[in-house]
Write a protein that binds this ligand. Structure first.
Ligand code: GDP
Length: 453
């Protein structure tokens, strides 16, 4: 997500940070580069213009230019404006006054209907299932899904199969029934059977057309949804934004789900969506699997774009993946400065579970850039390192000092790698345990070093 934009911006800001004092001309030059970076990221022109105007105005103030770290201050201003552009109010979704950390603000008497709309192929059915799963697992809602797509014979079957995979009920299909009637039946069934939420997956088309709109409007008027979510494909860039705008004009949407953010290095759709449509991005799709759905937090996204990392999301993902006991055991060992190869192996496994090196690194402050020049840190390497550790005896894993040349040769042969690879792993382990000892000392002195920004 946002890799190319992030690279461009970090180039601009590295130059700013290096200079002690900044002049107006320096800021203007930097803003010209930011403007090009945003346009290349496919952000809509009016949005770019507005953004640059706001950042320039705030940056050229005397207080900023005369401050000790003008470069940092400008980055902070860009960061805050990015958040505003992405929809600053949405971070409050996590607060008790917002929708309290729930996936969607589903106000109303259950069963509440959620209408999913969008073009064909946008990821509507997949997103419907992902949201249903999240509502069920994270928010503890009882969810019923129904496909209103009567034109594509496979559509209803697709939703049923997805539902079975993720353990979410779907409304049984009655051949020949119209969309409006299916919607009414879904609501009735949900009422009788005590469901909290009904997810209605409507039919898509190749383009926004009158036929499609009439059908969706009829369904809307029938069920009166509490949320009407437009699913748009992030990879289509500005087209996604104009699709959202026309759906909103004709139907009224409450929010946007941006699918395929995993493949979008530019981010134009995400960056322009709020400013152009005025509608919040509620969720983003980050892969094909039913779990690949994330809440959209403008401040975290802005942090990721500016290479400040998204430590909050990282910690959340870690909490979901790592067993609590495991984490505690590991922490205790780290505090004592004991970190053997068994521990390294379980860390490698956890990394794989958490989405591999690439995904993790992009969330760490400053890491996006670092890993760029280090293609060695890919997920294949994780697997190879794990194989090396597996080829060792328990004793060797606990104490690497016993590893003489002949043992290393045996291990290399067992793991199908070279002795050099074994040495590299040992060196990495040594560095890691060194780092951990240092960190545990720092922790005692009071906290980790602060993050930039
Ligand atoms: P629909 O026609 O709008 O219902 O689209 P589908 O839900 O059938 O999705 C079309 C294709 O996009 C499927 O192959 C999905 O697996 C894929 N897809 C959906 N969301 C995402 C996403 O967030 N990331 C990726 N990589 N693929 C996705």
């Amino acid at each position: 997500m946002f890799e190319s934009l992030s690279d461009r911006l970090s180039g601009v800001f590295d130059k700013l940070k290096k200079r002690g004092a900044l002049s107006e001309a320096d800021i203007s030059a930097a803003m010209r580069e930011v403007r090009v970076a945003l346009l290349e990221a496919d952000v809509a022109l009016p949005v770019v213009k507005d953004f640059i105007a706001k950042v320039s105005e705030k940056s050229i103030g005397h207080a900023i230019l005369k401050s000790v770290t003008p470069g940092q201050q400008v980055i902070k201003i860009v960061h805050d404006e990015l958040i505003a552009m992405l929809g600053s109010g949405e971070d409050e979704a996590d607060s008790p006054g917002g929708f309290g950390g729930q996936t969607l603000p589903l106000l109303g008497v259950p069963p509440v209907p959620v209408l999913m709309v969008g073009l064909q192929g946008s990821g509507k059915t997949t997103s419907t299932a992902k949201i249903a799963k999240r509502l069920s697992e994270k928010d503890h809602k009882r969810v019923l899904m129904a496909s209103l797509d009567t034109r594509r014979p496979a559509a209803q079957e697709q939703l049923r199969v997805l539902g079975e995979q993720i353990g979410i009920k779907t409304l049984p299909v009655i051949e020949g029934q119209m969309a409006v009637d299916i919607a009414r039946r879904a609501m009735e069934a949900a009422r009788l059977q005590g469901f909290d939420v009904v997810m209605l997956d409507t039919a898509g088309r190749m383009h926004v057309d009158d036929d499609l709109m009439r059908e969706v409007i009829a369904v809307r008027d029938q069920v009166k949804p509490v949320e009407t979510l437009l699913v748009a494909d992030a990879l289509t860039g500005q087209d996604a934004v104009s699709v959202a705008r026309s759906f909103d004009e004709r139907l009224g949407i409450t929010g946007v789900v941006l699918s395929r953010m995993d493949g979008d290095g530019r981010g134009g759709a995400a960056l322009s969506m709020r400013a152009i449509t005025g509608k919040p991005i509620r969720l983003i799709g980050t892969g094909e699997k039913p779990d690949a759905l994330e809440a959209f937090h403008p401040s975290r996204i802005a942090g990721r774009i500016l290479g400040m990392g998204d430590v909050v999301s990282l910690v959340e993902r870690a909490a979901e993946t790592i067993e609590a006991d495991d984490a505690e055991r590991m922490a205790a060992k780290m505090r004592k400065g004991q970190f053997d190869l068994d521990d390294l192996r379980s860390q490698l496994r956890q990394m794989k579970k958490m989405g591999g090196m690439k995904g993790l690194m992009s969330m760490l402050p400053g890491m996006g850039k670092l890993t760029k020049g280090a293609p060695k840190l890919d997920d294949k390497v994780l697997g190879r390192q794990e194989a090396i550790i597996c080829a060792m005896t328990p004793k060797e894993r606990r104490d690497t000092r016993v590893l003489n040349a002949s043992r290393k040769r045996r291990i290399a042969a067992g793991a199908g790698v070279s002795v050099q690879d074994v040495n590299k792993l040992l060196k990495m382990h040594q560095q890691m345990s060194g780092m951990m000892k240092k960190m545990s000392k720092m922790g005692k002195k009071g906290g980790l070093p602060s993050l930039p920004g």
